[in-house]
Design a protein around this ligand. Structure first.
Ligand code: SAH
Length: 379
């Protein structure tokens, strides 16, 4: 181990959190509990009680009088710049989501309050089906909120020696991983794969030779549009032992958090998950099968092709007035739901500034959301 487990007495001392709002949020409460004087700097920083909030970019003079810094950008280069500025001034810096990048590691599981303690005690419970001894675990991280991880996923990320993760794995989940693990970003932004799939498959085989606990961490569920099958096929070919840990897929997460039951006796007797990913500008789906009015359709990766999907469904006989909703950043505090009809949703989405990830849900069940939207109502 090249780090010294340490407790810091921060009461009355200036601690600085810089970065993107949703990422800084995950640590504010923990740092506040120590009695530190917390300053948050970020373009999208949101004022909160007891915190000095400054809405602008970070600069080196912000480090004056600081004892500890947390850098929480999604962008690696910006985190590196903060770490390097801290290094020059000999101030320790923790990087959320990539603990290996900084000079300090805050153990977020220990710092989490009551819910953290519950996590820890739940983790001491014996699993009912003990996983076989495995080198590689293909782990579903769920749709974003760490509270939606399975206990097995949490157990495994806490003890992993290397974590290979995707873009969709949230920073707050990465912060729960073993801080001493090696972190490898396997990427996957649309049309901008950080690592091609074949290289990821081979990488897992290579890592399994030198690490006894490789975690391949994927957004949602590894077997739903996650290419998990391809990764374990390669492991099988190389006789590497593995296990698969299911995660909450985006469809379940987004549906639950937007008050849209995917099936309902009055509206939908079946539900289908399809990909809206364009191949050579085309979406290849079995459109005729999708016109059944009693079937809910959930479209993953459907934002770019949204207009084409809606129009083609109508062309093949789905009622233009069918309720349809686009769920953006489902299950997170930034979740937004645009609800309309098959006919009108494309225009609504085009007029709104929508960003990935988004999930499209089509069918009569969407109309229930007006009554059942518990999450939006609680925000
Ligand atoms: N294996 C993942 C899906 C990977 S494909 C799963 O089971 O959820 C990536 C697509 O999932 C995104 O383009 C988006 O359509 C959807 N997605 C994942 N997380 C999401 C979220 N939090 N909110 C909305 N859509 C999400």
């Amino acid at each position: 181990m090249d780090s010294l487990p340490t407790f810091l007495r921060l009461q009355g001392r200036k601690c600085l959190l810089v970065g993107d709002h949703t990422n800084t949020q995950t640590l504010i409460a923990s740092v506040m509990r120590t009695g530190a004087q917390v300053t948050v700097i970020g373009n999208d920083a949101v004022p909160s009680d007891g915190v000095v909030t400054i809405q602008r970019n970070f600069n080196d003079t912000d480090l004056i009088d600081c004892w500890l810094v947390v850098s929480a950008f999604d962008d690696d280069a910006r985190n590196r710049a903060v770490v390097s500025a801290c290094e020059k001034k000999q101030i320790f810096c923790h990087v959320t989501g990539n603990p290996g990048q900084g000079t300090a590691i805050i153990d977020t599981l220990q710092t989490a309050s009551a819910s953290g303690r519950q996590f820890s005690s739940a983790l001491t419970a014996e699993p009912l089906s003990t996983p076989p001894s495995t080198r590689v675990s293909l782990v579903g991280a769920g749709p974003g909120d760490p509270d939606l991880l399975t206990l097995r996923a949490l157990r495994l990320i806490q003890s992993a020696s290397v974590v290979v993760y995707d873009r969709l794995v949230s920073t707050s989940i990465l912060s729960l991983c073993n801080p001493a693990a090696q972190f490898i970003y396997a990427g996957k932004a649309k049309a901008n794969h950080a690592l091609p799939q074949d290289s990821i498959n081979e990488l897992l085989v290579e890592l399994a030779k030198t690490h006894d606990s490789v975690v391949r961490l994927k957004g949602g569920d590894p077997f739903i549009f996650g290419r998990g099958g391809e990764e374990i096929e390669t492991l099988t070919d190389h006789k590497v032992s593995f296990q698969v840990v299911p995660g909450i897929t985006a469809a379940s997460g987004c549906a639950a958090f937007s008050g849209i039951p995917l099936t309902h006796r009055d509206h939908a007797q079946s539900c289908v998950f399809v990909t809206g990913h364009l191949r050579d500008g085309q979406i290849n789906l079995n459109w005729k099968d999708l016109r059944d009015p009693t079937q809910t359709i959930v479209v993953y990766m459907g934002l770019t092709g949204l207009r084409s999907i809606c129009e083609t469904l109508i062309k093949h006989g789905r009622d233009p007035h069918t309720p349809a909703a686009l769920v953006e950043q489902g299950t997170t505090t930034a979740q937004r739901v645009l609800a309309s009809t098959l006919n009108e949703l494309p225009q609504l989405v085009e007029q709104t500034d929508v960003g990935a990830p988004t999930l499209l849900i089509i069918g009569g069940v969407v109309s229930l959301r007006e009554k059942l939207d518990w999450f939006g109502a609680s925000q």
